[in-house]
Ligand binder design. Structure first.
Ligand code: UN1
Length: 495
């Protein structure tokens, strides 16, 4: 019997008001039902926002260090349940255990960072231009935060948003991806057990249209944090713009790794294998373009093909497996369509390009790690986010050309260059258009205490992670304290 899950609204576990449900299945073994979840709608969102709005009155006044201690307790619970959470996550969305453990760890790190930050939340004190007057800024909570998250990091990404939102004194309405509702439910259970007041966190399961849009449109939701595609991000920003809601958007990527002719090729090889095929290529930070210097082009490709061929596909619960399934049938179809587009555009398929269906693999949605060569920058496969295990290789003859090709994208999330030359590295840091640049590391591997986000159509200028998240989840109040006992007119009485 599949487990029946509920929404958490107004301090209670409840079904969707419609009574409707949806199933969540294992992408590595479609016969396995992970759980049955409420298919919610606007009514459920309204109830969740009402509760969050009400609780905001109290939660905003709880001292931040006390809120931080609750985040610490949540982190401790995640440590104790790391293995259980990682197993559930692998069953729910397919990535291998080593990676789901990492995903939970990213949540733990974020909880502990929140604990520390709760005793900081620094603002400024500034001299006044007038005597006997004191100027300062304070960080104020904003209100109800709508949190809408994707399925590829079911614990880490909700943690990036919910821990700082709550630590800053906001309350939350959380809509997780409908492909990963079980992990999201565990996170909410943990927050409640740690001591978050029940109405401060509300969980509403369902689709983007039925639940996400009502959150975005709701007049009592003050800020929105969304991770997903650029297309959806643009429509969220357009709706939110009408009521001037604050919005943080973490969107698509077409991340590239450059390998220069002086690079340590073994190291660059490990990097691209992890960057392109880790999480089955389903990261916004995944390496989807490999830009090779012509002098090492053939040698590096030979090394890459040999290692890629040997990657073991399978159910992520098997610790010897390196690449899990893709998230669902529709996504596998999209990946395959891109492979067909690439071939029509004239790129050459060097490896993969087909479903993997040997033995047990046919129970799930597996796709062979795929490498295209003879890719030109103007091809769709070099420009559009595929979100799967597909790597496009481009050849260049200089650093300038490599950076030009890398920058030739509407996206700008993560980037990487392998070189042993310090001047080359710094030129790349200076000239690459991306929110994140790695030197001698792959395009994936963000740490929770560093700002995370991208330029161009990857976002709208906000950053998650580290101190930057605390800028998003607070509003600055400017305070003047005049202790002179008389009217002092700035710009006038002191001139
Ligand atoms: C994402 O790809 O959606 O840097 C987030 C990384 C991870 C986070 C990725 N720590 O790849």
């Amino acid at each position: 019997m599949a487990t029946i899950y509920q929404n958490f609204i107004d301090g209670k576990w409840v079904d969707a008001s419609s009574g409707e449900v949806f199933e969540n299945r294992n992408p590595a073994n479609w016969d396995e039902v992970i759980g049955i979840f409420p298919k919610s709608s606007k009514e459920d969102v309204d109830a969740a926002v009402r509760a969050a709005r009400e609780e905001f009155k109290t939660w905003r006044l709880v001292p931040a260090p006390v809120r931080g201690e609750i985040m610490k307790a949540a982190g401790d619970l995640m440590v104790a349940r790391k293995e259980e959470l990682a197993h559930l996550m692998t069953r729910e969305m397919g990535k291998v255990l080593e990676e789901t453990r990492g995903d939970v760890q990213e949540g733990i790190d974020t909880a502990y960072y929140a604990f520390g930050e709760s005793r900081r939340l620094f603002a400024h004190t500034v001299p006044s231009e007038l005597p006997n007057k004191f100027n300062m800024t304070m960080r104020m909570p904003i209100g109800v935060a709508g949190v809408i998250t994707p399925w590829n990091f079911p614990m880490a990404i909700p943690s990036w948003k919910i821990f700082p939102a709550l630590t800053c004194g906001n309350t939350v309405v959380f809509k997780p991806a409908s492909d990963t509702p079980a992990t999201a439910t565990k996170l909410v259970e943990i927050l409640l057990e740690a001591g978050v007041p029940p109405r401060a966190i509300n969980l509403v399961h369902g689709t983007g249209n039925a639940v996400g849009i009502p959150i975005v449109e709701h007049p009592e939701v003050n800020l929105l944090s969304f991770t997903g595609s650029s297309a959806v991000g643009k429509s969220i920003a357009a709706i939110a713009g009408k009521s001037l809601k604050r919005v943080s958007l973490e969107l698509g990527g077409k991340n590239a790794q450059i390998v220069m002719d002086d690079a340590n090729l073994e190291l660059a090889l490990e990097g691209v294998l992890w960057g392109a095929f880790g999480t089955t290529g389903q990261r916004c930070t995944a390496t989807s373009r490999l830009i090779l210097h012509e002098k090492i082009y053939h040698k590096f490709l030979d090394m890459l093909v040999e290692r890629t061929k040997a990657l073991k596909l399978g159910n992520g619960l098997d610790e010897t497996v390196e690449v899990g399934p893709v998230i669902n049938s529709a996504q596998r179809q999209t990946i395959h369509q891109y492979v067909e587009i690439g071939q029509k555009e004239g790129a050459s398929l060097l490896l993969g390009g087909e479903f993997a269906e040997d033995g047990d693999l046919k129970k799930g949605f597996f796709y062979k790690p795929t490498i295209f060569v003879d890719v030109r920058p103007e091809m769709r496969i070099a420009r559009e986010e595929i979100f799967g295990p597909v790597l496009c290789v481009l050849k260049v003859s200089s650093l300038d050309e490599a950076i030009k090709v890398l920058n030739d994208s509407v996206y700008g999330l993560s980037s990487s260059i392998y070189t042993q030359d310090i001047n080359t590295a710094y030129k790349a840091i200076q000239n690459i258009e991306a929110g994140i640049t790695y030197i001698n590391g792959p395009t994936i591997g963000a740490e929770c205490h560093m700002p995370f986000g991208g330029v161009k159509e990857t976002g709208n200028g906000h950053r998650e992670g580290g101190w930057a998240a605390y800028d998003f989840f607070t509003e600055i109040k400017t305070v003047y304290v005049d202790f002179s006992g008389r009217l002092q007119r700035a710009q006038i009485d002191n001139r």
